[in-house]
Design a protein around this ligand. Structure first.
Ligand code: NOJ
Length: 735
């Protein structure tokens, strides 16, 4: 019998069995979709044996896996009672087969939850999250997450390990590409958007998948940008910097959370009762579950807090970590730990309840199987590609545009040079799920279409991404000499960022910089087009280039928007969500640093102390002028609401989108505060000549108050400043 036929018979059988086994006339409460979720959870829980409970708290793998770090389990060995599987398939068939085993061939028929890393798309790959953050368009980010949810859920995935919301300020860390940049507030806003996009409006109806906030918490503080290492995070910084995006994700309804690998000042994130239980579950009342990162429980031994797997399981579980992702610690030891009284029945039930709750909320008991569909129905639909393209367009950041070299309007001969020009695969970036290089439009393809009939394109490879082979230089130079303008396409390979992909320098390899020097010597204006998964050190490339466009890793539809910006069809609107240091040696450098004891001293002797491109930087083809901000009241009392408004006029001749960033600062406070902190932003299209009024509605408890090292919010009487562009207004809280 085919799986689909078996599944049909299975559903019938379930109905009949329910009739027989459960007393003749009614379904067990947990199978009754009309009952409230909590009632169903309790009913199912009290029917489960210890072994069945423990299996629900484990996640294995299923299917072919091309992530070098993860090995898939042989299908035949997977117990039907397993809680979750990481699913590497691209179609529902294998998933449904395993689901059949769970639903029809186990005593209680609890469906399996199928998970996968869908970080910036399943097959329709969108820009990497760091790029998405530069769009300052959370609605579009939400749409992109919705596209990913549709493709994933139609392929058999119920749960994504995303969004990653680790605030990251060190470009050497490869995982900087996976998050939304250096700012806690920006991460919080994008987190909520991604959660809403993934989970949809109605959890029990597709297309949707459960979100997972990761990596809880502090992983972005990895020392020296090295992966998996110790992190030094004070409680104050934990609350100021690393926790806010998670709180936002919990408020947005994220069903799950993933614990981190890092050791937070001596207590690993995967065995940390303060963050996992006290904060997440008790204070924020998150009632979904926490899954470990891959192997994070086992790794407690390497981190020196557990002698063996049994102790690692004990520490993690009692700290509040509910599900074991591929550690094989909970399945091996949890039942014994409960029998020995080291883990309470109460804690065990709490964890199982959390897992079951998520399965009920997702409607898995009612819809355990994924309907089969064709690839055409699932993947790369024109409307989904349009979302990817729009997001790519809004993510790209014009860093430099000397003498308005861009847009290219007059040039008739354009030389396109460099290793990234014709690359397709590397535009996908890391964690590209089931993305394929063949789906990608290269930069060269985009330029060819854009400039067809307007300018003649010539091409030279120049050099590889790294290595020492300079044999392509001569051709590059001759192509550059014959052109009016050079588009030099440099950057990083896809796997230079992502997990376990740290770099000691954020400069491009020397060979690419040498190529840039050779080409620049031809005297033709150079447009540097950069693709990367991190901010780059550009201090040597910047003087060689008249214009620089940061394209990031834009996904399947990067070519057309990059070309559209170069031609002027698109007015660039991306703004940096992460600082571009002048040089790697400045790291860590970020806009919201605490106030210095001597702001005018403490500079580097050998390099500038300011970044090359600061947070929020980004040029466009029009100009905006800001009026004086107007505040509804200059003094306020607790509980008041305040409005600050500013008029922004598009004073140029082209329509363009401006992102207005609203910062707050508290110059004198009981603890030293950052120089300024983003609290609100809004992006809006302004037609040429149009004036738009932008508004920041201030709730002082939310926007002006600060947290102490235990997360208590406090609002002190005194002066606060609201900063917008180069203007500021003072507000005073009086008692
Ligand atoms: C390890 C990574 O840290 C995490 O982000 C990912 O979700 C899991 N592996 C599963 O692939």
């Amino acid at each position: 019998m085919k799986t689909t036929e078996k599944i049909g018979c299975g559903l019938l059988l379930t109905a009949l069995l329910a009739f027989d086994v459960w007393g003749g006339d009614r379904l067990p409460a947990y199978k009754d979709a009309q009952r409230p979720v909590e009632e169903r959870v309790e009913d199912l829980l009290q029917r489960m044996t210890l072994e069945e409970k423990v299996l629900q708290l484990n996640q294995y793998t299923l299917g072919r896996n091309d992530n070098v770090n993860n090995m898939a389990d042989p299908v035949g060995d997977i117990p039907g009672e397993i809680g979750s599987l990481i699913y590497f398939g691209t179609s529902p068939e294998l998933r449904n087969r395993l689901q059949y085993r769970a639903v029809e061939e186990t005593r209680l028929g609890i469906p399996i939850l199928f998970a996968f890393d869908v970080i910036h798309g399943f097959r329709t790959i969108c820009p990497i999250p760091l790029a998405q953050a530069c769009s300052w368009n959370p609605e579009l980010v939400k749409k992109a997450a919705g596209v990913a949810a549709r493709e994933s859920s139609m392929s058999g995935v119920d749960w994504t390990f995303a969004p990653m919301i680790d605030v990251a300020r060190d470009g050497r860390w490869g995982r900087v590409s996976e998050g939304y940049g250096e700012d806690p507030y920006a991460n919080a806003v994008y987190c909520a958007a991604a959660v809403q996009g993934f989970q949809g409006d109605n959890l029990a109806e597709g297309p949707r998948m459960a979100a997972c906030l990761k990596h809880y918490v502090g992983y972005g503080a990895s020392e020296g940008g090295r992966d998996y290492v110790y992190t030094e995070v004070s409680r104050q910084t934990l609350w100021d910097t690393y926790l806010p995006p998670y709180e936002s994700g919990v408020e947005a309804g994220a069903l799950t959370v993933m614990s981190s690998f890092n050791d937070i000042s001596g207590v690993p994130g995967s065995a940390n009762p303060y963050t996992l239980t006290e904060v997440l579950k008790k204070r924020w009342k998150h009632d979904g579950f926490v899954v470990s990162d891959w192997g994070a429980i086992q790794q407690l031994r390497s981190q020196g807090v557990a002698a063996d797997c049994a102790e690692a399981a004990l520490k993690s579980f009692n700290a509040g970590l509910d599900m074991d992702m591929m550690n094989r610690c909970y399945d091996a030891h949890l039942a014994d730990l409960v029998r020995a009284g080291k883990v309470s029945q109460e804690r065990l039930d709490d964890a199982v309840r959390r897992v079951l709750r998520v399965k009920f909320r997702l409607g898995l008991f009612e819809h355990p199987y994924t309907p089969e569909s064709t690839e055409e129905e699932r993947f790369l639909r024109p409307e989904d590609l349009a979302v990817a393209e729009q997001l790519a367009a809004e993510s790209m950041v014009l860093l430099k545009n000397e003498h308005n070299l861009l847009p290219i309007e007059k040039a008739r001969r354009i030389a396109v040079i460099g290793p990234m020009a014709k690359s397709r695969f590397h535009l996908l970036g890391s964690w590209a799920a089931h993305g394929s290089g063949e789906d990608v439009e290269s930069i060269f393809m985009g330029l060819e279409r854009e400039f067809a009939g307007r300018a003649e394109l010539s091409y030279a490879f120049g050099c590889g991404f790294d290595g020492e082979d300079t044999t392509g230089f001569a051709e590059a130079v001759s192509v550059a000499r014959a052109a009016d303008v050079v588009v030099l396409c440099l950057g990083e390979k896809a796997n230079w960022s992502g997990e376990n992909a740290s770099r000691s320098t954020i400069a491009l390899p020397a060979i690419q910089e040498r190529l840039a020097r050779e080409v620049a010597q031809c005297g033709k204006p150079v447009v540097l087009l950069l693709t990367s998964g991190r901010p780059l050190e550009l201090c040597r490339l910047e003087p060689l280039s008249a214009a620089i466009l940061q394209v990031w890793q834009p996904g399947v539809r990067g070519g057309a928007p990059a070309a559209g910006i170069l031609s002027g069809r698109i007015n660039p609107s991306g703004r940096l969500a992460i600082t571009f240091p002048y040089a790697t040696g400045q790291i860590p450098i970020y806009y919201n640093h605490r106030q210095s004891a001597r702001p005018h001293q403490g500079k580097y002797q050998d390099i500038p102390s300011t970044p090359l491109y600061e947070f929020g930087h980004g040029l466009c083809y029009t100009t905006f002028s800001y009026g004086e901000p107007v505040v509804s009241c200059e003094t306020f009392r607790r509980g008041d609401r305040i409005t600050v408004e500013v008029d922004v006029t598009n004073t140029g001749s082209r329509d363009g989108a401006e992102t207005v960033f609203w910062f707050v600062s508290d110059p004198v406070c009981r603890i030293s505060r950052p120089v300024k902190e983003l609290r609100h932003f809004e992006k809006r299209l302004l037609r040429s000549g149009e004036t738009g009024r932008f508004r920041f509605e201030i709730n002082p408890e939310r926007d002006l108050a600060f947290v102490d090292e235990d997360g208590n919010r406090f609002l002190e009487p005194g002066d606060y400043y609201i900063l917008v562009k180069d203007r500021k207004v003072k507000l005073t809280l009086v008692e």
